[in-house]
Design a protein around this ligand. Sequence first.
Ligand code: PLP
Length: 422
Amino acid sequence: MSLTHPGLSVFETLESEVRSYCRGWPTVFDRAQGILMYDEEGRAYLDFFAGAGSLNYGHNNPVLKRALIDYMERDGVTHGLDMSTTAKRAFLETFHDVILRPRDLPYKVMFPGPTGTNAVESALKLARKVKGRESVVSFTNAFHGMSLGSLAVTGNAFKRAGAGIPLVHGTLMPFDNYLDGKAPDFMWFERLLEDSGSGLNHPAAVIVETVQGEGGINVARAEWLRKLADICKHWDMLLIVDDIQMGCGRTGAFFSFEEAGIVPDIVTVAKSISGYGLPMSLCLFKPELDIWEPGEHNGTFRGNNPAFVTAAAALQAYWADDEMEKQTLALGRQVEQALAAIRAEHPMAIREYRGRGLVWGLEFTAPALPTKVARRAFELGLLVETSGPKNEVVKLLPALTITSDELDTGLGTLARAVRDCT
Ligand code: PLP
């Protein structure tokens, strides 16, 4: 299939050059169900991309779809700013009963806007307001979104350059294993904090992903996260976990930080929280941090009520017990075994594989290869994206509701794509 496919011409002539995913997958998608997407010619693609982590329960999940259709058919409120609605009440009650209370998490819930970067901006604003300091620490290869505040704590040079203005008040520190284990954890960060000559302004907060998704599937060890939480406490800095991509069960537990046994001060959640691919984000914080004035942070699209409906339905359907978590961890072991076999077959081309739960990355030695592999996978009917600063990683992010057989099929296709490209 070529870029001159006639059905693509309006995208090529009218849509901005900024478009990206569609370039790697040059077809016109029309329908989607579960783990499959279909193009307008009826060709099926196994989706190991899942809306960049927004479709943890698959496309058009029937349980969520039923709840949404019922709500829309009875003319439930669609747009509600931050008015109190029955849909928002049901979401908040369910989130409290199914997620927060069983985990003993004390958080207040803020609806900062429709998308992940809105949640990050609100988290940064709140941390700065609470501490009365402007500086925030983030980590190498972090990705926190495309608005200016989020970009200032993001590592990627290409994305940062797009800002067009200086990105200030953010300082990047080495993420776990950035120095290949050659320096003790946090040696540089602690040295700067201790030394009044270091030039580091006392940070208000530290923002971290437990697994860096866009940054190349870099997995922070639980002990590294625990040490970070200790440092934050010791130096009076708020700990913000950005769980936008790794939350909602992606790594197994509902929140990706649960495994480390830490309780962040602030948590950002988006992507799969609505469960249906509808825009919705949350900023969660400890109650004593709730010093906002009414309306101090607002926005027109904070009350996406259809998203509240599908979010509540998803929590009830998948998180009332620990089945989803167990299944994700079991399926993750299946992915790990398959990636180990692919690596064993191509020891020169593949540097390593890494992941947690159902997020995995296959790092290639030649940065050009992952894009070729993803293109070959597309030709073979599998959607995978690439990540990492040089796109050196093939990233696997299937829906958590995938069956073991479907996973097997996709991993087989991936193995074939790698073979065809090496
Ligand atoms: N934070 C993380 C960890 C992300 O992975 C992303 C998106 O990929 C964002 C923030 C930004 O979310 P959005 O694209 O919905 O603004």
